[in-house]
Write a protein that binds this ligand. Structure first.
Ligand code: HGA
Length: 349
């Protein structure tokens, strides 16, 4: 799952963004990138396939310096993992954007933008959003208004962070279906997919709600809801020690895990579903095609995962109408089995 980090500060932001990306590595990713704007109003960008460590090496050789920046770890849904598909995506050499989610109507927007003269350098749905915002920027000459106009045309799930070299003192972010949190600092502000990314720089957070769009400056945050009304989102202080490695108020870890299930399921599904359907690309770039051919599901798991698999079998057969078998992994490993063509394996650990 992609991870987003952003910062607007008096100090240089490269180190903050890099540490944020390291802290989002747990989400799984295939490439990483960063864009920074300096006082001279240049958008500098670095992108690398593979680990955040590769990006760190690249920017050690060619540092990106500036007080405003965005960064991203990518889990590809549209277009293979590669440097050209890695985020941030740019429109021209001034606007840069990072995105977590899936734009469902990206094909039609891509055709429209191509006809309007925009050139595409990647296969991603995200680049469509970059050009769409730039198109509106030419009309409104204001990044906030341009983002607002562009997202009204999007269908799907997104958390977006956008910067423009012509407006080097703020970033614009929004969310619909994917998580985004604002980290409130002193004379500096941050954004990320997960508050854990920002703990080295702040412990005060505002959680954006669905449909929110926010303008983030060094010394001010202004948020509007889906209807365009100004809204306040409460600042919540992160209690150090109340993180997942601590038992907190629970008698034991198992009880804690049980009570955390609704929140964990919500966080896992964010960015992968819309109101009406599951976005199959969230499972990988070719998932939609592959899933069409599946005529049998084989679940392999142990212990509690095996029992979860048995529940899944009821749901898969009832809702999808696809035959499903569940087997204990240690048995499956050591016996000679016959596997039908077009079997989807779900291995739960
Ligand atoms: N659709 C975008 C972002 C992918 C994402 O959010 N993954 O979790 C892409 O393919 O680059």
């Amino acid at each position: 799952m992609c991870g987003i980090v952003g910062a607007v500060s008096e100090r240089d932001v490269q180190g903050i963004l890099l540490e944020g990306l390291r802290r989002l590595e747990y989400r799984g990713y295939d490439s990483a990138g960063m864009a920074v704007i300096d006082g001279g109003r240049v958008t500098q960008r670095a992108r690398e396939v593979g680990k955040v460590a590769s990006l760190a090496e690249a920017i050690e050789t060619n540092p990106l310096s500036g007080h405003l920046g965005i960064a991203h770890t990518r889990w590809a849904t549209h277009g293979e993992p590669s440097q050209v598909n890695a985020h941030p995506h740019m429109s021209g050499d001034r606007l840069a954007i990072v995105h977590n989610g899936i734009i469902e109507n990206y094909q039609e927007l891509r055709e429209e933008l191509k006809a309007a003269g925009f050139e595409f350098t990647s296969q991603t749905d995200t680049e469509v959003v970059a050009h769409l915002i730039e198109q509106y920027y030419r009309k409104h000459s204001n990044l906030y208004d341009a983002v607002k106009a562009a997202i009204a045309r999007l269908r799907g799930a997104y958390a977006l962070a956008v910067v423009h070299a012509d407006e080097p003192d703020h970033l614009v972010v929004c969310r619909e279906g994917s998580p985004l949190v604002i980290g409130v600092g002193i004379g500096e502000n941050f954004i990320a997919s997960d508050q854990l990314a920002l703990l080295p720089v702040t412990d005060r957070f505002m959680f954006l709600e669905e449909g929110d769009i926010a303008d983030i400056r060094r010394d001010a945050v202004s948020i509007h809801d889906r209807e365009g009304m100004p809204v306040e989102r409460k600042i919540i202080r992160f209690e150090h020690g109340s993180d997942s490695a601590e038992k907190g108020e629970y008698r034991h870890f198992m009880l804690k895990e049980i009570y955390e299930q609704p929140a964990v399921i919500k966080a896992t599904m964010e960015g992968r579903i819309t109101d009406t359907r599951v976005l199959e690309q969230a499972l990988g770039t070719d998932a939609a095609n592959l899933l069409q051919d599946v005529n049998h599901v084989q679940i392999i798991a142990c212990g509690t995962s095996y029992h979860a698999g048995m529940v899944a079998r009821y749901w898969i057969e009832e809702l999808a109408g696809v035959p499903c078998s569940v087997e204990v992994a240690s048995e499956f490993r050591y016996r000679k089995h016959v596997i039908q063509r077009d079997t989807l394996f779900l291995c739960i650990s």
